[in-house]
Design a protein around this ligand. Structure first.
Ligand code: EPS
Length: 375
């Protein structure tokens, strides 16, 4: 499977070509739109989300709701393009209208301008923007639908917002209600504290990030490989999570804590009962030796605070070289709920790819048959 995305934040839209899906997979467009709406939700978002009402259009590869086995082309139109057409239109535009030279620390602006030989950071930020993730959520929901026919489900929640941390443990089934919460947090007291903090940060012109936990239930053992470094499941999943804008750390299972504990406190002991190899703990987060071991996969990722601060950060104007305050027109204070949906989606995309590498299959019946036959 291969996913290629295209599109600028204030251009005509976001687009994707998703290759390698088997034929006869049923595509639920309403579910794609549900996840697109969830990606736009959450406390702390800014003005842009009031403009956009993301909806997917499937342009190829699906007929009467079933995949054909051909590349699936997807689009999500930017409503805001109507307000930016005069400066963004490929056919001809006045590029002087929205130039940005007060490069923003934490963004791609400065290095991108030097690397791509630009004098306007807009030519960098338009593509670097997290708006691109809308189309990854659309494709990710198709990947989710592929995994679901095999009995694999993905969920998650927000564990921490700017230091307000929920340290409780939750079962997979408890996670689903997170999406009904304003910050996708499961501890209501922590969530209230976090929302008050977001209000305070907004007043101060500041921003926040947080920590997200993603879980995968129902994947059989043996996906990924211990035989070659680039086939390891943990490497594949962590790379997918790290590819999401603003994600600065990713961990599996106990993660960083393994460096602070003894072997006897870390490894999940094995016992045998009712014809099954079982564990009492899942510190490994469902992955050992680069392969799924049949336990739930547990991933955590930290998102940095949004780097456009309304109060501005100290920087330099790229053209005049004079010190100034970084550009800020409008911004999200926090986009942690969006990130949670995006991380579920990229997990689905990476996992679907790993699964299809092992199972192959030109049509979904063949895929299911091969999966069922696995030990
Ligand atoms: C983003 C800046 C903001 C965000 C945007 C990501 O957009 P704008 O510059 O239009 O105010 O809202 O995210 C989205 C549009 C989205 O749909 O997630 C950035 O610079 O990364």
């Amino acid at each position: 499977m291969k996913l290629t995305t295209a599109g600028e934040s204030h251009g005509k839209g976001l687009f994707a070509i998703y290759e390698g899906l088997p034929s006869n997979l049923k595509i639920d467009i309403e579910e794609i739109n549900k996840y697109l709406a969830l990606r736009q939700s959450g406390y702390g978002r800014g003005g842009r989300q009031k403009i956009e009402k993301d909806k997917v259009e499937i342009l190829s590869g699906v007929r009467n709701t079933l995949t054909l086995g051909s590349p699936v082309a997807l689009s999500v139109i930017n409503r805001d393009y109507a307000n930016w057409q005069n400066t963004m239109a490929p056919e001809g535009a006045d590029i002087s209208l929205k130039t940005l030279t007060k490069v923003r620390p934490g963004h791609a602006d400065l290095t991108g301008m030097i690397k791509y030989d630009q004098t306007d950071a807009r030519n960098i930020l338009e593509r670097a923007s997290a708006r691109e993730t809308a189309i990854r959520v659309a494709a990710g929901t198709i990947a989710r639908q592929y995994l679901r026919v095999l009995g694999v489900e993905i969920s998650g929640y927000v564990k921490c917002v700017c230091g307000v941390e929920d340290t409780k443990e939750y079962s997979f089934n408890e996670l689903e209600r997170a999406k009904e919460e304003p910050l996708f947090m499961l501890d209501s007291q922590k969530q209230t504290t976090a929302m008050a903090l977001v209000d305070e940060l907004k007043k101060e012109g500041d921003t926040a990030g947080g920590v997200i936990e993603i879980r995968v239930k129902g994947l059989k053992r043996g996906f990924g490989s211990c035989m070659q470094y680039d086939k390891k499941l943990d490497a594949r999943l962590c790379s997918a999570l790290m590819s999401v804008q603003a994600i600065k750390s990713v961990e599996v299972g106990l993660g960083e804590r393994v460096g602070y504990l003894r072997g006897s406190q870390v490894h999940d002991e094995i016992y045998y009962e009712n014809d099954e190899y079982l564990r009492k703990t899942n510190n490994a987060g469902g992955i050992e030796g680069g392969m799924s071991n049949g336990e739930e996969i547990v991933l955590r990722a930290a998102m940095k605070p949004i780097p456009t601060l309304m109060k501005g950060l100290n920087t330099v104007d790229y053209i005049t070289k004079q010190p100034c305050s970084a550009a800020s027109e409008r911004s999200d204070v926090l986009a942690i709920c969006a990130a949670e949906i995006i991380l579920e989606s990229v997990t689905a995309i990476a996992l679907a790819e790993v699964v299809s590498e092992r199972l192959g299959g030109d049509n979904i019946a063949e895929v299911i048959q091969r999966y069922v036959a696995l030990k």
